[in-house]
Design a protein around this ligand. Structure first.
Ligand code: SF4
Length: 285
């Protein structure tokens, strides 16, 4: 990370704000590796961040332009920037699971529906960890957290036939992928392809919170054991024999739409504006 931090992050912001052993640094590093592989310079990309552990770790670290928007507002700000900025300028957003799949979900669905050309990375730590470890929208069934001391009973977005990526696909998202922080090259490749996709793209990356979730739910206190827990559940072989009730993670590219489907929002509005200027719009007088 040091080499990438020197290359891409502001010197006074490069130090991690995450707890020792947290998987968030690995997520941040994968994003920077994808950016490096694409040859993106700091002036080529605007980086927006949400709130929570992800927002605290990543906001305003990028040497180029940064912005923040909490609880889903980051998508509206990014959509406005998409319309204002040249099409070749990349827009990347990093948000947490509570921000993306709960409090800000309506905003996220509308952003996917519009198919504006931007990339969302959702760094998922299984709940509200920056506020002490309350359950949220991806907390595994039955997990013990600060707000579910007897085990979470609130249906989540990840089990029992529900998958948040299905919902985003139905809303119109053109590129969807899922990885865990213990994955290497394939996760970086997925992020790279998401950034290259022309239209709305989202990559969901699950990582271990060693301070709250892992110490309370599976009762794991050592970071190495938390990472092993996640690795064992990432694309497990059939012989691993996890019970159906256990949360496991099938990863990879989940959906990629062709370019002949929904038009990119900026392109669509530019074409429409041009048509009106040339006298092709409706006369409303
Ligand atoms: S509270 Fe959890 S998710 Fe947040 S920085 Fe610490 S270990 Fe990481």
């Amino acid at each position: 990370m040091d080499r990438l931090a020197t290359k891409y992050l502001k010197p006074r912001k490069a130090l991690s704000t995450a707890c020792a052993g947290c998987g968030l640094g690995q997520v941040h590093k994968k994003i920077l590796l994808a950016i490096e592989q694409l040859g993106i310079a700091d002036g080529d990309l605007v980086w927006g961040a949400g709130i929570g552990c992800t927002g605290r770790q990543i906001f305003n670290t990028w040497k180029g332009d940064n912005f923040a928007g909490t609880h889903g507002r980051v998508y509206a700000l990014a959509t406005g920037l998409r319309l204002a900025l040249p099409p070749e300028k990349k827009i990347l957003l990093t948000v947490g699971d509570g921000d993306a799949f709960g409090i800000g979900l309506l905003h996220l669905l509308h952003c996917a529906r519009r198919n504006a050309d931007l990339t969302v990375i959702v760094a998922d730590n299984f709940g509200y960890q920056s506020t002490g470890g309350q359950y949220a929208w991806t907390t595994p069934d039955g997990a013990v957290t600060d707000s579910s001391p007897h085990g979470m009973q609130d249906p989540n977005w990840m089990q029992n036939g529900r998958d948040i990526l299905d919902m985003l696909r139905a809303a119109g998202a053109g590129f969807l992928a899922r990885y865990t922080s213990v994955e290497g090259r394939n996760a970086v490749s997925g992020i790279r392809q998401a950034i290259e996709h022309r239209g709305f793209s989202l990559v969901h990356i699950i990582y271990p919170c060693v301070t709250h979730f892992f110490s309370k739910a599976p009762g794991i206190r050592q970071p190495a054991d938390a990472h092993r827990w996640l690795r064992d559940r990432t694309n497990p072989s059939p012989s691993a024999e996890f019970p159906a009730s256990e949360l496991t993670f099938k990863t990879g590219i989940f959906h990629r739409a062709g370019h002949d489907t929904t038009p990119e929002f900026g392109e669509q509005l530019r074409a429409f504006t041009k048509k009106i200027r040339e006298g092709g719009g409706h006369d409303t007088r």
